[in-house]
Design a protein around this ligand. Structure first.
Ligand code: HEC
Ligand code: HEC
Length: 378
């Protein structure tokens, strides 16, 4: 434990200022100073330190040893893009506006739809002219907490990511000059940009910044599981608590080695031996960004928060239910070349597998209705 404390205090010194607001917010919910520091620090810990913390957990609602699973109140943001009400409101308009696409018929929300867990419920996305895309649409829920974006990690920040789908031929297929002409000619948008970014000239970068500010508000941190971690002993069923134990147990589910605290991701890349890796020309995933052998067919570990809302699963949409996902893990993958060393066949009874699924269901929070923004016509 001592060495963890060292990491913790080192990080506190370096990073505390940045999250002070978040810490104050959490204090109201969790209540004790001890808990706050454990939680604050955990979000910046490397996965291995989190698994040490997992090994010390006491499975009792509200126990101090569970607090590294709680997320900060809001994701961190770049210094030059502090969230304000005006930026978030503008970002929301842009996120839902189909006029940001070449055919004026597709917005971010066409694929990242709030009614469908901020995804599209399809095995793989449908883009411009209804063409089928190569990969599944990930949810944007909690993506603001992650330091790396996309299945292959080719983008880091949400600001870097946002213009990609707008300009991609297969997606929104929009020319940025045309987009800027449209926004500048639209009085409503002119005013919204002026309110949000004062004297800054309207550029594609500002479009991306506003969208990113909005995405950072799409968060899940009020699930049954979170409430149990915060001390509500009735928030999870006995079966869900058993499932959580199995989820973190290296000899059982071994899930949290990759789906680690607090956002159920290590932000790493792993080849899970999906059947599609056996295709003649498989999707090489992270390898296209980092050409080392380990990364062949490796994809980013997705968050599992709100996972009941985002079927089908995996980057190729090959598992339609959580039970199908469990079947895949129990056999330890289909195509065994280059699978992650952390992926092993599991010894789980049918009951234990069902317990893990029940736990995954506890990662759902009450549905948040999203009011559509009014879009400026001119
Ligand atoms: C045509 C469907 C489609 C549209 C439209 C679309 N996306 Fe996506 N989005 C995807 C797919 C598919 C991926 C994964 C692609 C990959 O990883 O190669 C993705 C990935 C992302 C990610 C990364 C999430 C993660 O966990 O790594 C973010 C963030 C995102 N999109 C935001 C947006 C924003 C903002 C817009 C609008 C400007 C948008 N998307 C428009 C389909 C779409
Ligand atoms: C070796 C790391 C690793 C382990 C161990 C692991 N996962 Fe995963 N998980 C991943 C990666 C990486 C993906 C995405 C892989 C892909 O699509 O190619 C994923 C995908 C998933 C998905 C689908 C998510 C989505 O949005 O499509 C679920 C559900 C899931 N895992 C649950 C579990 C459970 C439950 C366990 C334990 C029984 C587990 N995982 C063990 C790394 C891991």
């Amino acid at each position: 434990m001592n060495y963890i404390k060292k990491i913790l205090s080192g990080w506190c010194a370096a990073g505390f200022a940045g999250t002070a607001a978040g810490v104050v917010g959490i204090a109201g919910i969790v209540g004790t100073v001890g808990v706050i520091s454990a939680f604050t620090v955990a979000s910046a810990l490397p996965a291995y330190a989190n698994s040490v913390l997992d090994g010390q957990m006491v499975f009792s609602a509200g126990h101090a040893s569970l607090q590294h699973w709680l997320l900060p109140v809001s994701p961190e943001h770049p210094d030059d893009n502090k969230p304000t009400a005006a930026r978030i409101a503008l970002g929301k308009q842009l996120f839902f506006d189909p006029r940001l696409s070449g055919d004026s018929n597709m917005s971010c929300a066409s694929c990242h739809h709030p009614s469908l867990g901020w995804g599209d419920a399809l095995p793989t996305g449908r883009g411009a002219k209804s063409e089928t895309l190569a990969r599944a649409t990930p949810t944007v829920i909690n993506t603001g907490y992650n330091p790396i974006q996309m299945w292959d990690g080719r983008k880091k920040t949400l600001e870097e990511q946002a213009l990609g789908p707008i300009t991609a031929k297969q997606e929104m297929n929009m020319d940025l000059t045309v987009l800027l002409d449209f926004l500048k000619a639209n009085k409503g948008y002119q005013k919204a940009f002026a309110d949000a970014y004062e004297d800054q000239p309207l550029t594609p970068e500002l479009v991306a910044k506003a969208i990113a500010s909005y995405e950072r508000t799409v968060i899940s941190r009020n699930s049954h599981f979170d409430r149990w971690v915060q001390g509500d002993s009735g928030a999870m069923t006995a079966q869900q608590i058993r499932g959580f134990k199995l989820f973190v147990d290296p000899a059982k589910g071994n899930c949290s080695v990759c789906h680690s605290a607090p956002n159920f991701t290590d932000n790493g890349f792993h080849n899970l031996g999906l059947a599609s890796f056996g295709d003649a020309k498989p999707d090489l995933g992270r390898y296209t960004e980092k050409p080392i052998r380990m990364m062949k067919g490796a994809f980013k570990t997705p968050t599992l928060r709100e996972i009941t809302r985002t079927a089908p699963y995996f980057h190729d949409g090959s598992a339609s239910t959580l039970e199908a996902v469990m079947t895949h893990y129990i056999v330890g993958g289909v195509v065994k070349t280059n699978v992650s060393p952390n992926l092993k066949a599991l010894t789980l009874t049918a009951q234990e597998s069902a317990d893990i699924v029940a736990f995954l269901q506890a990662l759902e929070s009450p549905f948040v209705e999203v009011a559509l923004p009014q879009l400026p016509l001119h």
